[in-house]
Design a protein around this ligand. Structure first.
Ligand SMILES: Cc1cc2nc3c(=O)[nH]c(=O)nc-3n(C[C@H](O)[C@H](O)[C@H](O)COP(=O)(O)OP(=O)(O)OC[C@H]3O[C@@H](n4cnc5c(N)ncnc54)[C@H](O)[C@@H]3O)c2cc1C
Length: 499
């Protein structure tokens, strides 16, 4: 790739965890490429990747019940759980590589060990959890998971939740100590500092307004400098649309056929937070319940110990809601301006098919603090309103598209990499499982966009991520090796960790 004046090899739009991850991978794979980043805000990691805008769960399916659906024959499908766990192991390996290579420091500033738990009530749910536990326990990826329906054991595991519980319904939980709380905001900031040290040019307060293809096949970006109002033109052979909720609009501007038909539906989120040390100290887990009937998968309630700015707090939520903005700092016209001739059928289809979801979101939006406290009291029976504040989380823009299984207007809850046939532009849409699987998603993007370099890059990828290209579920020894080495590098073992 050439490096003419005003031209760079790679442009990353957005300074969130996805651009940070892609930039860090590419810098290791091809150190001589020039990389430029444009971010509309004045620092990195301020939108969904910010620590207060997401739940910070290192998603590895240790506790999220929606990743293990019950099949019609009553057995548990663990396919998705295995995939997500496998993907999280890639993130752990890449972060460990960066730490071991002294490219980032102090992993405890972004990742902390915390037990991951699932909690259910009622005979049917207890039966489901037991089957889930039995199914997952057979896989080396879930080694160490414990199950209990004994109230005395549960009191030891989750005193804050068991205290004052009067329900006579059966209750059960699973617990696995190898879970993590990840401060994706801190990680993003660390990665951007690292990138800057490696010579990457980062322009903050620069908003990408338009993207068009030049005659030579490269891309021209129209970028507004928000500090002085001037408009700049920048060129690159490869662009990554890592703008989070803003990626759909940018994808539409590229005009690539692969982006046609895709729409987006924004779902906002709220958490309740408790900073009172005497309450915070009584809980030490991320504990996920079951989603309410009609609730989207990202609304599974959970009570989490969080580590932010060296302080422990408790977070409960998320409560979903609706805002037409695609970014927290976006515009109320985001939804309407994303509707185009090519996606209107899917948008209308999604609206008609998801009436129950729309109703659910409106109900959530109208909840008073006291109503939210009632939901929290299903976890902490004695929770007091004055101990909990509300924080507004990030926006998630769910992908709407036509799929084989769902037909037109299908609302998707996962992430989707969209890329041009020639690999010169790629964007990331959707939100879940999100930041935890950033390394896996960006490696997938690299495979799609840089196939001609893959053979040459593979040895380096394997050095950074030894389980790349290997299915971990069939390699118990490798799982053990990776979990031990990454736990050590990331200071996740209890002996190394000062909690
Ligand atoms: C409520 C909630 C809970 C979540 N919980 C979890 C969790 O527990 N675990 C997990 O792994 N993931 C979680 N996620 C998902 C995770 O936060 C996201 O997947 C991840 O942060 C997305 O990163 P990103 O880099 O794509 O986007 P962002 O972090 O949103 O970054 C995009 C950046 O692009 C910039 N930008 C936008 N448009 C432009 C433009 N035109 N020009 C220049 N810059 C632009 C924005 O300002 C922003 O800085 C959660 C998300 C939400 C909202």
């Amino acid at each position: 790739m050439s490096n003419k004046q005003g031209t760079t090899d790679v442009i990353l739009i957005g300074a969130g965890v996805m651009s940070a991850t892609l930039g860090s991978l590419l810098k290791e794979l091809q150190p001589d490429w020039n990389i430029t980043v444009f971010e509309k805000l004045d620092k990195p990691g301020e939108e969904s990747s910010n620590e207060w805008n997401n739940a910070g769960t290192g998603h590895s399916a240790l506790c999220e019940l929606n990743y293990t659906p019950e099949k019609s024959d009553g057995t548990i499908d663990i396919t998705k759980a295995i995939k997500i766990n496998d993907q999280f192991q890639l993130s752990r390996q890449f972060w460990s590589y960066l730490v071991n290579s002294n490219l980032i420091e102090n992993p405890s500033d972004f990742i902390m060990p915390i037990p991951h738990m699932s909690l259910v009530e009622g005979d049917k749910n207890v039966n489901f959890l037991k089957k889930r536990f039995e199914a997952l326990s057979k896989s080396p990826l879930f080694e160490g998971m414990e199950y209990s329906d004994d109230p005395e054991t549960l009191k030891e595991w989750i005193p804050l939740i068991m205290e004052g519980r009067t329900s006579s319904e059966p209750i059960a939980a699973t617990k696995i100590d190898s879970g993590t709380d990840v401060n994706f905001g801190a990680l993003t900031r660390m990665l951007f500092t690292h990138l800057q040290n490696q010579g990457v040019t980062i322009h903050y307060q620069h908003q990408v307004k338009n993207i068009k293809r030049g005659n030579d096949g490269s891309w021209e970006l129209k970028v507004k400098n928000l500090q002085n109002g001037t408009v700049e033109r920048h060129h690159a052979k490869f662009i990554f649309l890592g703008a989070g909720g803003g990626s759909l609009h940018l994808l539409q501007k590229t005009g690539i056929p692969e982006g046609k038909g895709i729409g987006g539906f924004p779902v906002s989120g709220l958490f309740m937070v408790c900073n009172k040390p005497e309450i915070v100290e009584q809980h030490h887990a991320k504990i996920y319940g079951k989603a309410k009937v009609g609730a989207p998968p990202m609304s599974v309630p959970h009570l989490d110990t969080r580590y932010i700015d060296n302080k422990k707090s408790l977070l409960f939520g998320p409560f979903a809601g609706f805002s037409p903005k695609f970014l927290k700092t976006g515009s109320i016209f985001d939804l309407i301006t994303s509707v185009k001739m090519h996606n209107i059928v899917n948008m209308i289809g999604a609206g008609l098919k998801n009436m129950a979801l729309t109703k659910y979101l409106i109900q959530q939006l109208l909840l008073t603090k006291e109503k939210r406290m009632e939901e929290l009291r299903e976890f902490i029976p004695d929770a007091k309103s004055e101990d909990w504040d509300i924080v507004v989380a990030g926006q998630r823009v769910q992908v709407i598209e036509e799929t084989e299984a769902g037909g037109k207007g299908t609302l998707q809850f996962g992430t989707k990499v969209v890329h041009a046939a020639d690999g010169s532009v790629a964007g990331l849409l959707g939100a879940s499982p999100g930041a935890s699987t950033a390394v896996s998603i960006m490696l997938e993007l690299i495979e799609k966009c840089f196939p001609e370099h893959l053979e040459e890059w593979k040895p380096k990828i394997k050095e950074m991520v030894p389980s790349y290209d290997i299915s971990l579920k069939e390699n118990p020894e490798l799982v053990q090796e990776i979990q031990a080495s990454t736990a050590e590098a990331l200071c996740l073992t209890s002996e190394l960790q000062e909690v």
